[in-house]
Ligand binder design. Structure first.
Ligand code: UDP
Ligand code: MG
Length: 320
């Protein structure tokens, strides 16, 4: 039996020595063979030379480097694509997810679960980020037909059979935890405590997180498209009632004046309703744009990633 660990690394020179130490120490305790596949996601610091040196020291550590920065989800996908073994695990380089916990994944896997994912118990982040995560997972739950577990990240174990399903998925915008949930099989969550970064700075800024959230929803759901028609329906109904109201105040102006509603020449109402409708239309166009953009990305059929260099591992073409 053999398990592989996939580690995406982007400008992680500060944590790598600590990662090599802790990850190896944890893996030595596992009841099976192992290999580690690090993906250098176009780092501009010493990440790649450090990975190559580690491969020389311990050939169970392997590494690939991307031709440029493709993003965390693409790096994880490429790692899963290249990993061998009967199960593949994914962990971040920054040691926020403790490698010592991974033995619990292996135990659950041997009990017969094909996917074991980690659920964050407590987030050590500011409240705006926490609130955004909370909202995102609830929206995702509403919009998507299959279960995407709340507060689960990419920290997980997947059986070879699940990995083969993932490898056959050709999409460019990859939201790995969504694809993993889509695959099905027997899945189980384990709670753990997420720590602060061991060193270095977070590579996810607001823009990247927002892109991740959009990939999560728009790549797995057409509910937003339905929302647009729904909003349109309600607004037209409201407008129809408005028309009746206006006609009534004109026709029965005497009665309406008596009860305190004289006919008014309100241009403000018009401006407000035009702006409101304009806003709704822009949002609708934006939602359509999300899908059209995705169709465009997919039909171009470009490779998902391009590999520049490798150490101890044979680079493979990204899936068609
Ligand atoms: N990462 C990556 N490419 C990127 C951004 C991040 O491979 O473009 C890696 C990074 O090296 C780390 C993991 O993804 O191993 C998670 O990144 P980070 O810790 O910055 O994200 P957060 O913990 O804030 O979600
Ligand atoms: Mg992190």
């Amino acid at each position: 039996m053999k398990v592989a660990v996939v580690i995406p690394c982007f400008n992680e020179e500060e944590v790598l020595p600590e990662l090599f130490r802790r990850m190896t120490a944890a893996a030595e305790k596992w009841p099976c063979d192992w290999e580690i596949v690090c993906i250098d996601d176009g780092s501009r610091d010493a990440t790649w030379p450090l990975l190559v040196a580690q491969q020389k020291r311990d050939p169970r550590w392997r590494a690939l480097s991307f031709a440029r920065n493709y993003g965390h989800q693409t790096a994880v996908s490429a790692g899963i694509h290249h990993a061998s073994g009967d199960a593949v695990m994914v962990i971040d380089a920054d040691l926020q997810d403790p490698p010592e916990e991974m033995v619990r994944f292996i135990e659950k896997w041997r009990e017969g679960f094909e996917v074991v994912y980690a659920i964050r118990q407590k987030r050590k982040e500011g409240w705006p980020k926490k609130a955004a995560y909370w909202l995102f997972y609830r929206m995702m739950h509403r919009a998507v037909a299959f279960d995407v577990p709340h507060d689960s990240g990419d920290f997980c174990l997947m059986d070879r059979r699940v990995v083969e399903v993932l490898k056959r998925m050709p999409e460019r915008n990859r939201f790995v935890r969504g694809l993993r949930a889509w695959a099905g099989f027997r899945q189980v969550g384990l709670t753990y405590e997420r720590h602060a970064r061991a060193a270095g700075e977070a590579k996810y800024d607001f823009r990247r997180l927002f892109k991740l959230a959009r990939d999560g929803i728009f790549s797995f759901s057409t509910v937003p498209l339905g929302l647009v028609s729904y909003a349109g329906l309600w607004i037209s109904m409201f407008a129809f009632l408005g028309i009746i109201w206006i006609l009534a105040t004109r026709i029965f102006s005497g009665f309406f004046s008596k009860i305190g509603f004289p006919p008014v020449q309100g241009f403000a109402t018009i401006v407000v309703s035009v702006l409101f409708l304009g806003g709704i239309q822009l949002i609708s166009l934006g939602i359509m744009g999300e899908y059209i953009g995705r169709i465009y990305e997919e039909v171009k059929r470009r490779p998902i990633w391009v590999i520049r260099d490798s150490a101890g591992i044979e680079p493979q073409e990204s899936p068609e």
